[in-house]
Design a protein around this ligand. Structure first.
Ligand SMILES: [Fe+2]
Length: 233
């Protein structure tokens, strides 16, 4: 009987001990910002031939400064890559790919018969600076069957699992609500990958510079996984 009592006392102590541990973990977790939800890469991730293309800078609206401008309404996205402590992440590769104004991707698997835009860059690759930021100039992606307009992102940071996700626009609420991939996310995850657009000067410190509808996109990466390092391509 005595030994049973002491065993019970031990169990109570063990349970309350682990309870305290859980409570502390939850409190600590609450200080972090949740990572951006992963979403499907989709079938149109750039193939090696496209990756070798000459143009992959942050301006998707034309191939280079001298080439004609792509069709579509131009927008800017100002992004930042953060860790769960909200610390900006330096030297992170950010890739973006999307459809042109007609809703066509630059990919051999895209059977959509709408024309491609020879002036649209379709794909960009950047590296974040010490402040974790990147910015792109692009067009509003065209609609294609079954999807609401979206941009695809692949984020590769040293010593972290890569993140593949998609970004949407607040203005397309109705279409967004009919999109299965979008609706598979939890409401707070959807909010984190949906941007609003407001006219802003392209050069943040020059109010007289050209204005474009601009949105902010915060990308939050999960914890470091030193054992599973991602080698940026
Ligand atoms: Fe897509």
């Amino acid at each position: 009987m005595r030994s049973q009592n002491s065993r019970r006392r031990f169990l109570v102590q063990a349970i309350s001990g682990s309870g305290v541990g859980l409570w502390m973990a939850r409190t600590a977790w609450g200080n972090f910002i949740p990572p951006t939800a992963a979403q499907t890469k989709g079938p149109f991730y750039p193939v090696p031939e496209i990756e070798k293309q000459k143009y992959f800078d942050a301006d998707l609206t034309r191939l280079d400064a001298k080439s004609p401008v792509a069709d579509g309404e131009q927008i800017a996205v100002r992004g930042v890559v953060l860790d769960m402590d909200e610390k900006p992440l330096d030297q992170v590769i950010v890739e973006v790919w999307q459809a042109c104004e007609t809703g066509r991707y630059n990919h051999p698997q895209d059977r959509n018969d709408r024309p491609m835009d020879p002036n649209f860059q379709y794909w960009a690759r950047m590296v974040t600076g010490p402040d974790g930021t990147f910015s792109i100039r692009t067009i509003l992606p065209g609609k294609y069957p079954g999807r609401t307009p979206h941009l695809h992102y692949r984020i590769a940071a040293p010593n972290r699992s890569e993140l593949v996700t998609q970004m949407y626009f607040e203005a397309n609420q109705e279409l967004n609500r009919k999109d299965g991939i979008y609706m598979d996310l939890k409401p707070e995850q959807r909010a984190a990958v949906t941007i609003g657009l407001a006219k802003k000067p392209i050069a943040e410190n020059d109010p007289k510079s050209e204005q474009l509808p601009t949105g902010d996109f915060r990308i939050v990466l999960g914890p470091r996984s030193d054992s599973k390092s991602t080698q940026p391509m």
